[in-house]
Design a protein around this ligand. Structure first.
Ligand code: ZN
Ligand code: FE
Ligand code: FE
Ligand code: ZN
Length: 266
């Protein structure tokens, strides 16, 4: 199996060193993993959301050293980059400056609010959930169109805490799937949702079906923030993909997609 989404303690809200994730991946029998820790945020922001600006080179060096080693699993150099509509040049510059295998694009902020941060959950009392969902999917489509990203990570992250809109979200899923198909980005089936209040994969069944109908290719990742989460839930993810009609997923090398069959994982 493949796990295209691993963090490390460098981003300040995950724990564990690179080598601990690699051993966990080996123990889980994974063949290929990609580290995809959080790209520094614009403006040198010192938050617990991402690595600091001066840590990126070290991250790239350490993951590249693992990538060059011949031990299993194979390690790829990825990064998870926030879509920042007001400063896309920031990510553009950092992404161009490093030899990433894969760039995951994420929406963790809508109009400046980190809507998936448990510390900011109180903000939901003051927000219109329908409006949040519309804005979230607007930004997700804009991110896909930006051309910055290979894969749209956890594409329905907005459901994390289980706040669902009154309007049927399937229209949003379909519009979004159409844009993904037009722009050529892949999406990720991310098993972290299973460990969150929403208690289902990102994306859930309706969005996954919309993406499958539009013919958007998939990747797969645990979004591990602790070594013991490496590979967690990937069987469920592969099963959901197979049920939606997929028989393969993508991984990326040097930002080029490579296809891998999933039948043997079920
Ligand atoms: Zn994270
Ligand atoms: Fe994320
Ligand atoms: Fe992540
Ligand atoms: Zn993530």
């Amino acid at each position: 199996m493949i796990d295209m989404h691993l963090h490390t303690k460098q981003c300040r809200h995950a724990s564990g060193e690179l080598h601990q994730y690699v051993s966990a991946a080996r123990d889980a029998g994974l063949e290929i993993v990609a580290f995809s820790d959080h790209l520094p945020l614009p403006g040198g922001a010192e938050t617990d959301y991402a690595m600091r600006a001066d840590e990126l080179d070290g991250y790239v060096r350490s993951v590249s050293a693992l990538r060059a080693s011949e031990h299993s699993p194979r390690v790829l150099l990825g990064i998870e980059a926030d879509w920042m509509p007001d400063d896309r040049a920031h990510a553009e510059r950092l992404l161009a400056a490093h030899p990433f295998d894969v760039v995951l694009g994420s929406i963790h902020f809508v109009d400046g609010w980190a809507f998936d941060d448990p510390d900011l959950i109180g903000e939901y009392e003051h927000r219109d959930v329908d409006e949040l969902w519309r804005r979230y999917f607007d930004e997700l489509r804009a991110a896909a169109r930006s051309g910055l990203f290979d894969v749209m990570a956890h594409p329905d992250l907005v459901k994390k805490f289980g706040f669902y809109p009154e309007d049927d979200p399937r229209t949003l899923y379909e519009e979004t799937a159409r844009v993904f198909a037009e722009t050529g980005v892949a999406f990720e089936v991310n098993s972290a949702g299973l460990r969150k209040p929403c208690a289902e994969l990102y994306p859930g069944p309706d969005m996954l079906r919309a993406l499958a109908r539009a013919g958007v290719p998939a990747t797969i990742g645990s979004d591990a923030h602790r070594p013991d989460e490496v590979g967690a839930g990937l069987k469920e993810a592969a099963r959901a993909l197979a049920d939606a009609g997929y028989d393969s997923v993508l991984y990326f090398e040097g930002r080029k997609p490579v296809e891998r069959g999933i039948r043997g994982w079920l």
